[in-house]
Design a protein around this ligand. Structure first.
Ligand SMILES: Nc1ncnc2c1ncn2[C@@H]1O[C@H](COP(=O)(O)OP(=O)(O)OP(=O)(O)O)[C@@H](O)[C@H]1O
Length: 800
């Protein structure tokens, strides 16, 4: 019996290894357990199970389904969860899976109906479109001048990114100085892209090929940009893609996981989202696949907030319209209208909006405040920020509560399974204590066996004995088979128990970790909220101060501007006048210069003439003097002139005695007292001046004598006649005389000074004047200042 048991165990082991080789280990119990585990975290539920197939209800995208099929083939849950954590799970559909009895089911052979495929494709397309929209919004927020439409197609993106400048600018905004941008030539285009890719390599981030930008799918380009976004804006689009660092980590995780699994899958097959795992060699057992690092990675993925987010997104699929409230076309929060902010702040919108949208909003506002407003948050945005943070806090609290409920549920299920395991263990123990009774052997069979050894048919001949032996042999074979199956069941029970224990521990760890993370996140959010509120208060103070300062400055500058404007206008007017004056002066200067030039030429000519004349001047002057004096001598050294006084005002009716005045100094006088010839007397003078002769005409005959005096000749002019005949009038002029009435004395002195002044460069004259009066033959000095009126004995002439 012992030998038979050993053989049965060996056969069971061989069969078990064979099942592992097939890569399928989904009998009913095992799959139920797996489904239960999955349903705790994922939108997967087992619909029906049979010995050869099962139906799974999945809410997932096509990618998810493909991954799930891979999971079914190798029972590798880690892989499934990994992909789920990074892909959208957005739709519902049912997948029928019929496992093949004789081989490994291939994902391509899974009978999925055409409408399911269509639905799946649409789901996948929706996810890609959403990723693309998110990416466009992000690009617009980083590079506002880009102005990409939210519904930009792949070709639009290709056109936008193909010259490489946008990529370089994007990278420089995220990481200043990362790349140096070239110009817009064809060569610069490839150079820009090359530099961008080098920078990505340097940052150890996944990149695309240059040909991806030229044609074909933009998938890798989009993945690269989403990774870049996750790297530098880790809170933005978290549900779309992991951080680049974590992406690389996840890639290595996947690779590690494959190693743990054995060579069933190659990491490279899925490093870019591939879905065609290969079964190359026997896999490890299901128990092995849950050991060590892979299990911890599984729980790390499970504990990721993204899972919770994805789950929440599935549960609140109907809330899609609220997501629209927080979607911004251009990603510019500062320009949001008040109506939009009010709509966002409504409790209905906040409670129903996806958490990722709220986080995007918070990050967007903070990013804008850092980038554009120098850490200043506008008050209306601060109110919205506070509301959003409160909504996030409420959600975190709800998540923690949900996790606690899940934990309780899991514990209750664990107890239920433990009780089942205990029953099975009791059955197994019972069978070992009663060797002749296998727990799974039916009573009828046990009765037959008993009868086989102790029954009465033993005595009815050889034929009967032979039949009994054959029957016994069959029954023994049945017993062996049943024992073997019982061993197998026990073995699987033990494995299931261990697996459940591990899962329970892992789940507890996961819950603790998630609670810790939730508390940490809550505390972090509280700290950030406090920081934001502090910043907001400071910003408000600063804004008020700046507004007051700006107002006063504005007034001051307005005044100054007015003053400067007036001053400028005045200066412009003055400048204009100066310009006109300058032009006029310039014209005058030119004219003056021209006239001076003419004058200079004229003076030059005159000067030459004068030079010529001056050479003979002195000779001419001497000659002139000589001739002049000779003329005077010829005229006579003693000349006698006679001037006839007109009637005085009171004598107008009297008869004149002047009979005739001749041209040559002849004068005929009629004496009415005498008769005849004696009554007519004739006189002869050098010249006779009639009663109408002016003072100037009298002096014109005397003037040459004045010149002779200055030439060194002596001259004497004196007047004589009876009282009232006009001597004083002729020599001096009447009292208060005008220049016309000046007598000989004034005119002679004028000429003396004038001629002596003209000759001052040649001669120096000394002029002395003496004025005397001769009266009653007494000479009196009229210019004497001592009052003594010096008297001379007898002199009756004026001497010059
Ligand atoms: N040519 C004249 N035209 C007009 N009035 C004259 C003229 N000559 C003399 N008289 C006037 O005659 C008057 C007498 O002249 P004035 O005093 O010169 O004479 P007199 O010879 O000097 O006299 P006396 O010897 O007494 O001094 C004056 O009133 C004077 O104005």
């Amino acid at each position: 019996m012992k030998k038979r048991n050993t053989k049965a165990k060996k056969a069971a082991k061989t069969k078990s290894r064979k099942r592992h080789c097939l890569g399928l280990h989904f009998d009913d119990e095992r799959f139920r357990a797996l489904s239960l585990s999955l349903s705790l975290y994922l939108p997967v539920s087992l619909s029906s199970v049979s010995s050869h197939g099962f139906q799974v209800n999945v809410r997932a995208s096509q990618v998810f389904v493909e991954r799930f099929l891979c999971l079914l083939k190798c029972r590798y849950v880690n892989l499934l969860l990994y992909y789920v954590s990074h892909k959208y799970i957005i739709t519902n559909f049912t997948m029928d899976y019929q496992a093949k009895e004789d081989g490994i089911p291939n994902s391509s052979s899974v009978p999925i109906s055409s409408d399911v495929f269509e639905h799946t494709r649409n789901s996948n397309g929706e996810a890609q479109v959403k990723q693309q929209v998110d990416l466009v919004v992000w690009l617009n927020s980083i590079l506002p001048n880009l102005c990409l439409p939210t519904n930009a197609t792949e070709e639009d993106l290709r056109t936008c990114l193909s010259n490489g400048t946008v990529l370089c600018r994007l990278l420089n905004r995220l990481r200043p100085g990362s790349v140096i941008e070239c110009g817009g030539t064809e060569h610069s285009r490839s150079e820009n892209i090359r530099r961008f890719l080098e920078a990505m390599d340097e940052m150890k981030l996944p990149r695309f090929q240059m040909s991806d930008l030229e044609k074909g799918s933009m998938k890798f380009v989009l993945e690269c940009l989403l990774t870049l976004r996750a790297q530098y804006m880790p809170h933005s689009g978290r549900h779309n893609l992991p951080k680049p660092s974590s992406l690389n980590k996840c890639r290595s995780d996947v690779s590690t996981t494959w190693q743990l699994l054995g060579p069933c899958f190659r990491g490279s097959d899925c490093s870019r989202g591939g879905v065609s795992p290969q079964v190359d060699s026997p896999t490890l057992s299901g128990e092995d696949s849950w050991k060590g690092a892979s299990r911890s990675k599984f729980h790390r993925c499970m504990s990721s907030p993204v899972i919770a987010e994805a789950s929440a997104a599935l549960k609140h699929h109907a809330r899609h319209e609220f997501h629209e409230v927080f979607q911004l076309k251009q990603g510019c929060y500062a320009d949001l209208p008040d109506e939009k902010i009010s709509e966002m702040m409504k409790s209905n919108s906040l409670d129903n909006a996806p958490t990722q949208s709220l986080l995007n909003l918070v990050n967007g506002i903070l990013y804008e405040s850092v980038e554009s407003n120098n850490w200043k948050i506008p008050p209306r945005m601060a109110g919205l920020l506070r509301k959003v943070m409160q909504a996030i806090e409420r959600r975190i609290s709800a998540q923690a509560e949900h996790l606690r409920n899940q934990n309780n549920l899991f514990k209750s299920r664990e107890k239920k399974y433990q009780s089942r395991i205990k029953v099975l263990e009791a059955l197994a123990i019972g069978s070992s204590e009663e060797p002749n009774r296998h727990p799974l052997l039916p009573d009828v069979l046990m009765h037959s066996l008993h009868q086989g050894f102790h029954g009465e048919g033993w005595c009815h001949g050889d034929r009967k004995i032979k039949m009994e032996e054959e029957k016994k042999k069959h029954e023994e074979q049945d017993v062996i088979r049943l024992v073997k199956e019982n061993d197998q069941i026990n073995h699987e029970k033990l494995a299931l128990k261990q697996e459940l224990e591990l899962a329970r521990k892992a789940y507890e760890d996961c819950c603790v970790k998630m609670e810790t993370e939730a508390k940490g996140a809550e505390q972090e959010l509280e700290v950030r909220l406090k920081d934001v509120m502090h910043l907001l208060t400071e910003s408000r103070k600063r804004v008020n101060e700046l507004e007051a300062y700006s107002e006063s400055k504005n007034l001051h500058w307005n005044k100054k501007e007015h003053i400067y404007q007036r001053f400028t206008e005045f200066q412009l007017g003055a400048l204009q006048e100066l310009r006109l004056a300058s032009q006029s002066i310039k014209q005058d200067i030119l004219e003056t210069q021209k006239s001076y030039l003419d004058e200079f030429h004229r003076l030059e000519k005159s000067y030459k003439t004068l030079v010529d004349a001056s050479e003979n001047y002195y000779a001419v002057v001497a000659e002139n003097r000589k001739l002049h004096n000779e003329v005077q001598e010829l005229k006579g050294n003693i000349r006698v002139y006679c001037r006839i006084r007109p009637f005085l005002p009171g004598q107008m009716g009297k008869e004149s005695t002047i009979e005739h005045i001749g041209e040559n100094g002849e004068l005929n006088v009629l004496n009415s007292s005498k008769q005849g010839k004696d009554g007519h007397q004739s006189f002869k003078f050098n010249k006779v001046y009639g009663p109408d002769t002016t003072q100037a005409e009298v002096y014109s005959d005397i003037q040459p004598l004045i010149r002779s005096v200055l030439d060194g000749y002596n001259a004497c002019i004196f007047a004589y006649g009876q009282t009232g005949s006009g001597k004083t009038y002729t020599m001096t002029g009447p009292d208060g005389a005008s220049e016309e009435e000046w007598g000989v004395n004034y005119r002679a002195l004028n000429d003396l000074f004038h001629i002596s002044q003209n000759r001052r460069k040649i001669f120096a004259y000394e002029i002395e004047l003496q004025m005397v009066e001769i009266y009653n033959e007494q000479v009196r000095d009229l210019l004497s200042s001592d009052g003594s009126q010096k008297k001379y004995p007898s002199l009756c002439s004026y001497v010059f």
